[in-house]
Design a protein. Sequence first.
Length: 564
Amino acid sequence: MFYLIYAPNTNQEKAHQLMFGVNTIGRSTDNTLAIADESLSRYHAEITVTNERIVIKDLQSLNHTFVNKVKIDQCELKNGDLINCGNVELKFVQKVNNTPQTTKNPNLLPEPLGEEDYEVTPISETIIKQFSTEPSSFKIQDLLDNPGRSDSLLRLPQRASNQRTVDKLKILLEVSKQLSSPEEPDRLLAKILDLLFEIMNVDRAVILMVNETTKKLDARAVKLGVGIPQDNQFYSKNITNYVYKNGQAILTTDACLDNRFHDSESIFVQTIRASICIPLKPREEVIGVLYVDNLSMCDVYSDEDVEFVTALANQAAIAIDNANLYNKMQAEAVIRNKLERFFPEAVRKKLREEGNLGIVDTEVTALFADISNFTKMSSTMQPRQVIAMLNEYFEVMVEEIVFRYEGTLEKYIGDALFAIWGAPYRKLDDPERAIQAAIDMQWAVLRLNQKWVQQGKQPIQIHIGLNTGKVAAGNIGSEKLIQYATIGDTTNVTSRICNVAQAGEIVISQTTFERLRALNLPLEKMPLVQVKGQDKPLQLYRLMWNLLPSKLSQVEDLEKSVLL
């Protein structure tokens, strides 16, 4: 057994048993070890337990993971190692000598009892009977006999009535299982008719489905017995339409004598003597009909036959309806995924939770990032080259950085991007996430430049501005075309701060500085700056980001050499 001791050697000490496999540590409640401490990231670190070794890995956390006071990305744990995740201290041990104590710390979520906390009753003393849950290898053919009884079209052998009932239930159960998997509609209809012909002695069968546009019946699947000549329409439209409109099954022992269908020429031409027509009605609405007939034998269908075909038709109706719903869901999912690409992940998540995004007042940390001298640079490039370069640049800036730090991309503005932290979801460490994203952006540009120079392309520099303040956030636009956006002076000021920043610089506002004061970042106080739209000059700070490591990848030696 392996354990993590929370707050070792304190009155809050508590043991947590590690599971075999992956154990995660963080603030989020879905972690294996969830600890409500603000110094932890939502998913801070993970410990993998295998037969060979136990490995701890930092999950690119904001405040890092340390083992025995040494910052790590990944390392193997040994008995007695001290682990620090943010301000949380844990001790890794291979066993605990005493029963773990229940912590009084309200920020640590309750942990499950370990083996030391209760007595284990041998399982062999409590078992009464064991059952196999493996599916049976039963096949429909195992119960069928050809041709079956003379007084029934069911291909069941002569048996006692109670055993015959059991056999029919077994067959219907197997039919249900075979029709339960979603399939392409036409293949499903063909399977239904194949099962019908396998189980019963019938000559012809057809499934007609309601056309959603015309609201009329269209033949979708047809099956004929051996030696039956092909005919485009062997069924009576009068019969099928009657069943469709009335929603009730019809059994005809001799359709030629039924006054309801005396105008139906097909009945006489086809010599239809006996038929069953059953509505396919999974819920309130008829979606189609199943038609089965016999060419020459009259008075052939027994009550048992009708009862069985009705049960099969009901199962078929449910299977068809489920297949249609499944296909609609797939089509809608494709459309939804295409539409959702226009929204950042955080906005998509909020839309799924609430259905719409109303306007709310909140505090955000906003980030503007712009490519320096882009107009001059792009004038020497072909339009397609500019687009290809921007696509590669934005993929790194947004997909690998903004989204990684759980920011919301609000918009692209030419070669600039505007992202926010704090809407639609607000977190206490939003300013920290935003500043770390800005740092990673500058390091990422250096890596992109190294690749582009090797490819004979022009290198770039970016300037970034950050600001924290109140905004109104939500879906803004017309009823048919909306965009998630933030409105307020905070947004405008962020843009002005970005314009103050020079190539390769990160500049932050006074409000952002105050939120980050505890981090002791290498910041340089700038002279007061007057910007457009503001009555008073702004106090800004320049971040010496090159003195801080990038969390995006472990290439510090490369990055330092590039700077030199």
